[in-house]
Unconditional design. Sequence first.
Length: 379
Amino acid sequence: MRNFECTVPCLFGLEGIAGDELRRLGMENVRVENGRVLFSGDEYALARANIGLRTGERVLICLADFPARTFEELFQGVYAAALEDYIPKNGAFPVKGHCLNSTLMSVPDCQAIVKKAASRRLGEKYGLSWLPEDGAKYQLQFSLMHDRFQLYLDTSGPGLHKRGYRAVGNDAPLRETLAAAMTILARYRGREVVWDPFCGSGTIPIEAALIARGRAPGLSRRFAAQDFSWMDEQIWRQVRQEARDREFRGKYQIIGSDNDPKCVRVAMANARKAGVADCIDFRDGDATKMDLPAPAGILICNPPYGQRMMEQQSAQRLYAALGRHLRYADGWRKYIITSEPEFEHYFGRRADKKRKLYNGMIKCDYYMYNEGRTGGKRK
């Protein structure tokens, strides 16, 4: 077994949660940084991280890390990396990456230099003047930030938020990794009633069901590293079986509702594909009018934002109506994500806590109402 230094990129605001997940998965030397989490591990660790992570975006192996202010420094740094330890002589190795606040800021030029240096290194090691690249894909990624270059091998393929259950989304889908993080932040453990009154394609209820069951989010999908020549398929089979053995069997009260019947149908189909349809009760209903599904529980939702699906004033009216409807929902903890900076004003109550999160590229606040308002009862 080899030992790798790995990086897990995250949506901003989720790094601490992803770090906690990696520690629970048994990873070593976990370090949390802005936008990513680092850890050390072997082939089994790579498989466990890919299959089991709920809030990370992908799992990358760090191949090189060096300063690069000129194209010559960039070429020599990549050329010095032991790429032959990871990429076989027929492996395809496309290159992609990004540059930020560095002397070298042209991504296409950096891609070309990385490709040239990698090709020369591999060609010399394998005694080939031309590399066929007709085998498995070994995606190289790079990050050049503040003149520091880091080269990675992507072991995930499609991002980890692509669980495989959402064949169809709605107009403004919530990323699965963010939905999982929102559920974790709401401290849901499978015991309480959970309700998403703006369920859309069902992402929050489905992620809540996966968490309640302890089902690994990547159990049913394939990863890039499964095609790597040095990754034994038996590792993946063993890690998947370990994940299945940790699942719970119980009855859960998870409810998703939406005022668009088409969204409800899509959500039901997605839940079936995720294998959790028996855990979730999907309903048609207007969030600002329908009866609360239980005297107490956890409300987690991603209501429409003005900048995405509705005009801002319409969204603000919706928040006000929702606040009035939930005014006396004493037994409910409420967790609402939105980009509306004046949400608390329209909702009619200050949150107990706020946390900055990103829904894709949209900067949002996650408003946490951890205790119900004391006072009268709903009439």
